[in-house]
Design a binder for this molecule. Structure first.
Ligand SMILES: [Fe+2]
Length: 219
């Protein structure tokens, strides 16, 4: 007997589970595409840290603010506000700037230009303020960042840096946090009531993945 025919409310988790599978697969693919640090030149290492900084330092809080404005559910808004609070209170942009400075990888004009188009695409996506795709993008980004931090810290160490506060703070694998994020997504999907077409669901994930690939490889 199915849950529906037994008169039970189907688990909402069944709504987000396939999305989580897709997002996790994207994260794994992106991580496995990272170049081996042993094979990178000093300039290539510097470039990755610099482009990462050019993208994150001035944009992450703005992306989260967009997510906050777009979100309609209490679960999502509470989660995003918690994140924003921490970003501002502990000044994560200042932390990232210290990280880049210590690794001698402060972004130059050409680092900013290298990511300009792909960053613009993500900004335009955020500007659409579509709640479900934005929360899916957040889940992708947070999942990726946690795992990317060890790689970024490794590059910085190879640059002679020992300033690791930024990568330490963001490299914590927080299972509860991930769970809460998917609960927030569940709440948004319930409110959206199927109004987000499945192929529009991952628009932000694809744009952000392209931007991260651009951070990693200057193309
Ligand atoms: Fe942060």
């Amino acid at each position: 007997m199915s849950a529906a025919s037994a008169g039970l409310i189907p688990s909402n988790h069944s709504m987000t589970a396939p999305i989580q599978v897709h997002v996790d697969r994207e994260i794994e693919a992106l991580l496995s595409s990272l170049p081996n640090p042993d094979e990178l030149s000093a300039e290539e290492r510097r470039g990755i840290i610099a482009r990462y900084t050019a993208v994150l330092e001035g944009n992450f809080i703005y992306w989260m603010t967009g997510a906050y404005i777009a979100a309609e559910s209490d679960a999502a808004r509470t989660k995003i506000l918690e994140n924003l609070h921490e970003e501002v209170r502990d000044s994560h942009p200042a932390m990232l700037r210290r990280f880049a400075l210590a690794a001698q990888a402060v972004p130059t004009d050409s680092d900013a230009m290298a990511v300009y188009q792909n960053l613009t695409n993500v900004r335009m996506f955020i500007g659409k303020l579509s709640p479900v795709p934005i929360v899916v993008t957040m889940a992708f980004f947070e999942g990726f960042i946690q795992r990317f931090m060890a790689y970024l810290a490794d590059l910085a160490r190879r640059q002679g840096s020992s300033e690791m506060e930024y990568t330490d703070v963001h490299g914590v694998c927080d299972v509860t946090h991930t769970l809460e994020l998917y609960r927030a997504l569940e709440a948004e999907m319930t409110l959206a009531n199927g109004s987000t077409p499945i192929d529009g669901m991952f628009e932000g994930v694809e744009l952000l993945r392209t931007l991260i690939q651009n951070v990693v490889v200057n193309q």
